[in-house]
Design a protein around this ligand. Structure first.
Ligand code: SF4
Length: 278
């Protein structure tokens, strides 16, 4: 196993493959940490991101996700013990070093993953610490575990970047292995609390390019009233090597990125529904 003490938590890119970094933590300690939120597991963090929320962001990539999206570009984040164990105190100390810069660049902290709500106690504690430092907070999530958060805990999150993979329930299950009901429920819950949402939608030719399905997503999103923008993310193959190195069966090995024309069609559908789409 790798010597965790020699591995930098800061990564040049989230595309670094990281495995087994938390294996040495006894299972009982993992359970206690998850229950208290005093310790979490991070794949890595990156600084200077301009694509993970408003302004310039510090992004902490958590490990743990129970979904199995066919196009996932970070499958090494699925397993919690692949991440480096870190106390919430240590993570807060690192965060506080960046606070002036983040504020000056109208940015903040983004928790992404994996899915940050797999470690919801840790996520809440870290986000609350960020808030107390005056730092804007964002989580990027599939929303499946939103019920773990109370309404008061939701208040430590300024913005939710919600992944809507596809609208049709059957297609969603085939794409991710999970139901999209909780994701849509979370969107409605956030709407009721007037919490801003940015929707993320990954466009994969032959997989998520059913334009009628996208029109239903657009109608749903536009009806919520709290969706500030929708980001259409063209599929790419940057995560392919991770699937191969992890010995996973990658169904999209020959899939191509969408043509510009398809991306434009998707954006038009979203904009016609009254959404700001990019
Ligand atoms: S929800 Fe995100 S981290 Fe989880 S499998 Fe899907 S793309 Fe990957």
């Amino acid at each position: 196993m790798a010597d965790v003490s020699t591995i930098a938590l800061e990564a040049k890119s989230p595309y670094e493959l990281r495995v087994h970094l938390g294996d040495a933590v006894p299972e009982q300690s993992v359970r206690e940490a998850l229950a208290s939120g005093d310790m979490g597991f991070l794949h890595s963090y990156t600084t200077g991101s301009t694509v993970d929320g408003p302004g310039v962001r510090l992004v902490a990539w958590t490990t743990g996700c129970q979904w199995r999206c066919q196009y996932c570009h970070n499958p090494d984040t699925w397993t919690m013990s692949n991440g480096i164990p870190i106390s919430v105190a240590k993570a807060t100390e690192t965060l506080s070093k960046y606070r002036h810069g983040l504020k000056a660049m109208a940015g903040g902290l983004t928790l992404s993953g994996g899915d940050p709500l797999m470690q919801h106690r840790f996520a809440v504690k870290l986000l609350a610490a960020a808030k107390s430092l005056g730092i804007h907070t964002t989580i990027e999530t599939n929303g499946a575990y939103h019920e773990k958060l109370s309404d008061a805990e939701l208040d430590v999150i300024d913005l939710v970047m919600l992944g809507i993979k596809t609208f049709d329930a059957r297609r969603h299950r085939a794409l991710t292995g999970q139901d999209n009901g909780p994701t849509l429920e979370f969107a409605r819950r956030l709407a009721a609390r007037r919490k801003p949402i940015w929707i993320r939608f990954v466009l994969v030719p032959g997989l998520t390019d059913d334009l009628e399905d996208l029109a239903r997503t657009a109608e749903f999103a536009a009806g919520l009233g709290n969706v500030e923008r929708v980001e259409v993310l063209p599929f790419h193959q940057l995560g392919r090597f991770k699937w191969e190195r992890l010995g996973l069966d990658y169904a999209l090995r020959d899939a191509a990125p969408p043509l510009q024309e398809l991306t434009e069609q998707a954006l038009t559908i979203l904009r016609q529904a009254g959404l700001k789409a990019f």
